[in-house]
Ligand binder design. Structure first.
Ligand SMILES: [Zn+2]
Length: 405
């Protein structure tokens, strides 16, 4: 059977179910999948008579979890301790990296990836330079076993921030607006602004008015705008300009989170970055991770970032979440690490899993993403343990319903 042939109807029998509809898992549940959709969800004690062609999987001892949504990913980049250098690798290699990342995502139970930036590379169709992840999106569109992706195009940044010429630079309002328009013309699903400027701790790269003009343009064209922000000054400009989400938000204060909650601005947390960097003190020789000074700097930023997420959560900000794999040092199969980090920041395990599923779908504007409902897509995976009380259960993936066997 080829990968595109419709799979046999499949019954998952006697699993626990973590669909976030209640405070705890439902035990003794059977789920029937036909044509890649959930035909029904019932108590195992109340299964109807099954057609003879149905394949039965004994799911006893496992928990069914909705496919997760990695809201901060970089599909074309590999991550690791040299993650920045890898951005300059040849486009053909980065496209192979994306295929590997696609496998890693699925095997880790991640159904959706929101790509928040990829390098510009010549498009073989017309030689024009476009964000590489747009090509990955086209490749994967017709393959139901590949991650479902939405793509921001490339990063739009002030000059003097990120080297290598892999992104679009804009130093004033008109240039910013032109850059935004180009990305949308190229087919970006949303826009990614880099709100850390050359003096990132002291001033934002653009004015609130300049950023608001981009938000207005994008919204008129049916697209959202998100903003990378590691520091408070940049976050303030993004929030006041009405961006739809703040990525990282490592330095939010109580004013910022109050405004975000009131406006419905999402926070996309990426706290596991700091756990990853801390691990490099043991596994690399790079001074920024190994030296006492480096370790102290990372520990301080980590504390501040956790405090930001805690403030946002308490204020009622909608929190989606992601690994930053590729654009940071995590790998594509590490979203469980981020769910653990959100629990450390004060979310309950169920709230943290909601961030990694339903909330991510909300930010994408995709009604079916992160959901597990009768009639919906069979986008779920099975783990051992109860992720509504223990986020580490998400590491123990047994099966993935959308992958061919
Ligand atoms: Zn990133």
């Amino acid at each position: 059977m080829g990968p595109m042939a419709p799979p046999r109807p499949t019954l998952y029998r006697d699993a626990a179910l973590a669909d976030m509809a209640g405070p705890s898992v439902r035990k003794g549940v059977s789920v029937l999948v036909t044509d890649r959709r959930i035909a029904w969800v019932r108590p195992t004690s109340d299964e109807p008579t099954l057609a003879p062609n149905i394949r039965v999987i004994d799911a006893g001892g496992s928990t069914i979890v909705p496919g997760m949504v990695d809201c901060h990913s970089h599909l074309t980049l590999p991550g690791g301790s040299h993650w920045i250098d890898r951005g300059a690798d040849p486009p053909e290699e980065l496209l192979e990296v994306a295929e590997h990342n696609g496998d890693l995502l699925s095997r880790a139970g991640v159904r959706w990836a929101r790509d928040v930036g990829s390098p510009l590379a010549p498009d073989p169709r017309d030689g024009r330079r476009r964000a590489l992840a747009l090509r990955v999106r086209e490749r994967w569109r017709s393959d139901p076993s590949r991650p479902r992706v939405r793509v921001a195009g490339t990063w739009i940044s002030h000059s003097g921030v990120i080297t290598g010429g892999l992104l679009i630079e804009a130093d004033d309002g008109p240039a910013l607006l032109r850059a935004a328009s180009t990305q949308l013309d190229d087919g970006a699903d949303f826009l990614k602004l880099y709100l850390d400027g050359p003096k990132k701790e002291e001033e934002a790269p653009w004015s609130t008015e300049d950023v608001r003009a981009v938000v207005d343009l994008a919204h008129r064209r049916g697209a959202k705008v998100t903003a990378h922000s590691g520091f408070l000054v940049g976050s303030r400009v993004g929030i006041d300009a009405g961006v739809d989400s703040i990525e990282h938000g490592f330095e939010l204060d109580s004013d910022a989170v109050a405004t975000m909650a009131r406006q419905g601005t999402f926070l996309v947390s990426t706290l596991a970055i700091f756990r990853s960097w801390a691990s490099f003190a043991q596994t690399t020789t790079l001074p920024r991770f190994v030296s006492d000074e480096g370790k102290e700097r990372i520990a301080l930023r980590r504390e501040r970032a956790i405090e930001s997420a805690r403030l946002a959560h308490r204020a009622g900000v909608k929190i989606a979440t992601g690994t930053d794999f590729g654009g940071g040092s995590l790998r594509a199969n590490h979203l469980a690490w981020e769910v653990e980090s959100l629990v450390e920041a004060g979310l309950s395990p169920a709230e943290a899993l909601t961030s990694a599923t339903i909330r991510g779908g909300e930010l994408l504007g995709e009604a079916e993403a992160g959901q597990l409902v009768e009639g919906g897509p069979a986008d779920f995976f099975l783990v051992h343990g109860d992720p509504l009380t223990d986020p580490t259960a998400l590491w123990r993936v047994w099966r993935v319903a959308w992958l061919p066997e």
